[in-house]
Design a protein around this ligand. Sequence first.
Ligand SMILES: NC(=O)c1ccc[n+]([C@@H]2O[C@H](COP(=O)([O-])OP(=O)(O)OC[C@H]3O[C@@H](n4cnc5c(N)ncnc54)[C@H](O)[C@@H]3O)[C@@H](O)[C@H]2O)c1
Ligand SMILES: [Zn+2]
Length: 377
Amino acid sequence: MNGEPLPHRVRVRISPRPARSYDVAIGVGGPASVAEWLYNNYDGWRLAIVAEDRTSEIASLILGSAKERGLAGAVFRFGGGEERKTRTQKKEIENEMLASGYGRDTVVIAAGGGVTCDLAGFLAATYYRGVPWVAYPTTLLAMVDAAIGGKVAVNTPHGKNLIGAYHHPEWVRCDPSHLSTLPEREIRSGLAEVAKAALLESEVRVARLRELAPSILSGERAALEEIIEAAIRTKVEVVTQDDREEDYRQVLNLGHTIGHAIESASGFELRHGEAMSIGIALETRLAVAAGFAPTALIRQVEALLEDLGVPISLPEGLDPQSVHKRLQHDKKVREGRVRFSLLESPGKPHLGPEGWAVPVEDSLVRGVLGLNRQPVE
Ligand SMILES: NC(=O)c1ccc[n+]([C@@H]2O[C@H](COP(=O)([O-])OP(=O)(O)OC[C@H]3O[C@@H](n4cnc5c(N)ncnc54)[C@H](O)[C@@H]3O)[C@@H](O)[C@H]2O)c1
Ligand SMILES: [Zn+2]
């Protein structure tokens, strides 16, 4: 490919069904290499490339390249945005595909951010009772998180991601050159998940990520490629230890219990990663308050997040009381105590007697949210 280096590969092993294992490939030359992969694996099938407005050009590149190889297909385009990750949108694309005669010989290609990957992956999970799909993530968050792990879903008026499936893609292809058009805020949103992965991985990864931070923030491709691959390896290691949520996978919730409450309390004004980085910082304080981690961890985690330019405290105007109220509705509440996935040190998630998500006293939670001061009447 024009003298470009070959993409790096991370193998995702699905333990109960080794035949379903697949690769994640990271490197430039994405559109042509997807076309080539489809030609090698799905010649004679029909390609349904699902893309949103902002990624439809990328989808056209993939389709053009596939057509040059004699493959047939079309781009199915939607408006994009979290508010379109719905059953209605899924149905509209399905109807369009059905009307165009797409049958069980369809391969779905999701070309876009996490919204597109979730929507198209879920569509693939149910179309003709399930057809194969390829994830072509175009945001940092989708590359390191949404496209990895096989969870696909849509939002409902009752909450996000409530209707969905487990449906692993056949292949994931990440081309970091697409990140050059991504708004800086979206890059930072992805960086929070990259930080989370490093914190779950090791001290060494954390140090390396801090070292690379300036190159990452100036968009250097080699640095981006390195951190994308590292974060993917961590997520893949975790999700392949058990392919369902119950146990070890819970460690991926680091920062996400408080983070989701913050995201929702902000009325989704904060990007996912922004809310999660605040969540990671506050949950680190919680781990210290609960006696699971040394005080020094707070500084270590905050330094990492600050180097990456992601927030570590609640924005002004966001009421901690409303964050607390939402935490009480978390699905992980047991007997009034919310359960958290906490860290003892980088690379060492805390395992409590009840598993990887541990219940924490509400007074400590109120403490890290700054709610323990006497109310002023
Ligand atoms: N399935 C999972 O395991 C999982 C994990 C994490 C997140 N998610 C889901 O992912 C979604 C968030 O993902 P996201 O942050 O990628 O959101 P997104 O798909 O909305 O993309 C973010 C923004 O970037 C734009 N965009 C996408 N690619 C671009 C490009 N190359 N250049 C310029 N702009 C581009 C989009 O139009 C959008 O405005 C949420 O719905 C979340 O629930 C799923
Ligand atoms: Zn997340």
